[in-house]
Design a protein around this ligand. Structure first.
Ligand code: HEM
Length: 452
């Protein structure tokens, strides 16, 4: 039963400017600003211009909004801004349509479907990693972006491309470039007032044309797949197949929008997380040794998974904690609702940040220390629900969580079984906070393992 206590008002974060509210802090200090306001309370209010926005700081509030009372929320401003760029796919759509589409896509993310993609994922990783030369400096952030987009394109657009791996790599490269631009456009549109965000000086036209180019690539993939009625078992075949809720299957526009949603949600999140993983390996060679030993001991034919590579999985869990790429996620209140004693009016926008949640010392002692073994003494299940949310929770939880973990295990295994990635002296890596938090640049020297 929900407790009946008097409603309390959410405190307003200090530093509000007339007219602009807290926009300057959010636009300039970004995640540091959200981190700094946590001490004000479990739910606090900031203002974007005159618009009040509630920031969820406690695990209870996050869990209540994402799970317990999720039906009273929709996705909000960030996704309104994204919709004109990427259409009405699973990340932007709402209610019955979202439920129908999510149910239709689910088969592609079942364990057996993911297992069927491991071969393609491994081929793509191996092809790139085996081309590196001893002592070569690799721009890991760019390589990861290309690799993970190619993986998504190869596994989503088609598991078997008749035009070969080179075509997939080229398509992946084009998609990666446009995606990065579109994501920047969505970010700018969210943190800046509309007249400023849509000004040509801030590159608005560039964002729109990248979105148009991306749409065209996805349209072509849908058109090509439609011409070939064989069931290839890939995502497009799944989308065209009927479901009880939609016997005709998706229309071309619906399928196109779902491809765009999945690319938007699944490429840069994974590549950014892997970049941070490599960054940590560069700082901690003993962890690389441990991962290599674990990967080398994996018998041929056994798929990489949390069960077969427990240390590597724990390492990734810690990367997803400390280097969570999603620092700004939003919801909007559909009807007046009370969350942790705070009344939230209809239409109010909410922010939650997995980054700040994961740095709460109450749940993660010495939170800025990178320590995979913290997960030995305290597993996810020991934490209050809402405290560790790398893939969110509830009906809008990441559909690709297991897919992403599989991809990342495959890539790490390919890299560390051949190479020791090391930082390049004098090149400082720092976080850049835009739509995601990514490294400014990640040059790493790859050295082969000594032969015994
Ligand atoms: C490390 C990689 C990833 C991270 C950290 C991540 C994280 C997240 C988070 C936090 C959300 C919830 C967003 C919100 O609350 O508004 C989400 C949603 C989503 N993710 Fe992921 N994701 C990752 C990889 C992937 C991959 C590989 C795919 C697909 C291939 C994917 C597809 C999606 C989709 C479609 C949604 C929206 C689900 C819905 O609204 O029903 N993600 N992801």
């Amino acid at each position: 039963m929900r407790s009946i206590t008097a409603p309390v008002a959410a405190p307003i974060a200090p530093g509000r400017f007339p007219l602009l509210g807290h926009l300057p802090q959010l636009a300039v200090k970004r995640v540091d600003f959200l981190q700094s306001v946590r001490v004000q309370g479990g739910i606090i209010r900031i203002f974007l211009g005159n618009r009040p926005v509630f920031v969820l700081n406690s695990p209870e509030a996050v869990h209540d909004v994402l799970v317990t009372q999720s039906r009273k929320f929709e996705k909000g401003l960030l996704f309104d801004i994204a919709r004109p760029f990427i259409g009405n796919g699973i990340i932007t759509s709402e209610r019955d349509f979202h439920r129908r589409q999510r149910r239709a896509l689910q088969p592609a993310f079942r364990r057996d479907s993911i297992a069927a993609c491991i071969g393609t994922m491994t081929d793509i990783a191996e092809e790139q990693v085996s081309a590196w030369r001893p002592g070569e400096v690799i721009a890991m952030d760019l390589v990861m972006r290309r690799m993970m987009t190619a993986m998504l394109v190869a596994t989503l657009f088609s598991t078997e491309r008749p035009d070969g791996a080179a075509a997939v790599a080229e398509l992946g490269e084009q998609v990666a470039e446009h995606l990065t631009t579109v994501m920047r456009g969505v970010f700018v549109g969210t943190v800046l007032p509309a007249p400023i965000a849509s000004s040509p000086a801030l590159g608005h036209r560039k964002y729109l044309s990248a979105a148009a180019a991306l749409r065209e690539l996805a349209d072509n993939a849908v058109r090509q797949a439609r011409q070939d009625p064989t069931d290839r078992g890939d995502l497009l075949s799944i989308m065209f197949a009927g479901t009880p809720g939609n016997p005709q299957g998706m229309t071309d526009v619906e399928a196109r929008d779902e491809l765009l949603s999945l690319l938007m949600a699944g490429a840069e999140t994974t590549s950014t997380t892997l970049s941070w993983a490599l960054y940590e390996l560069g700082r901690r060679p003993e962890i690389t040794d441990q991962i290599r030993a674990e990967c080398d001991a994996l018998p041929a034919g056994v798929l990489p998974s949390a069960a077969t590579l427990p240390f590597t999985d724990r390492f990734l869990q810690e990367v997803l904690r400390l280097h969570q790429p999603n620092w700004l996620l939003m919801r909007r209140v559909l009807e007046p609702v009370r969350v942790c004693s705070v009344e939230l009016p209809q239409g109010a926008e909410l922010i939650y940040s997995a980054v700040t949640m994961h740095r709460d010392p109450a749940y993660f002692p010495d939170p800025l220390r990178f320590d995979p073994d913290r997960w030995l003494s305290r597993t996810e299940r020991d934490l209050p629900p809402g405290a560790y949310v790398p893939f969110a929770l509830g009906n809008r939880k990441c559909i690709g969580d297991h897919f992403a973990m599989a991809e990342m295990l495959v890539v790490l295994r390919s890299i560390v079984s051949r190479w020791r990635p090391q930082p390049v002296e004098g090149r400082r890596v720092r976080p850049v906070v835009q739509a995601l938090i990514r490294p400014n640049a990640l040059p790493m020297r790859v050295s082969p393992w000594p032969t015994c």
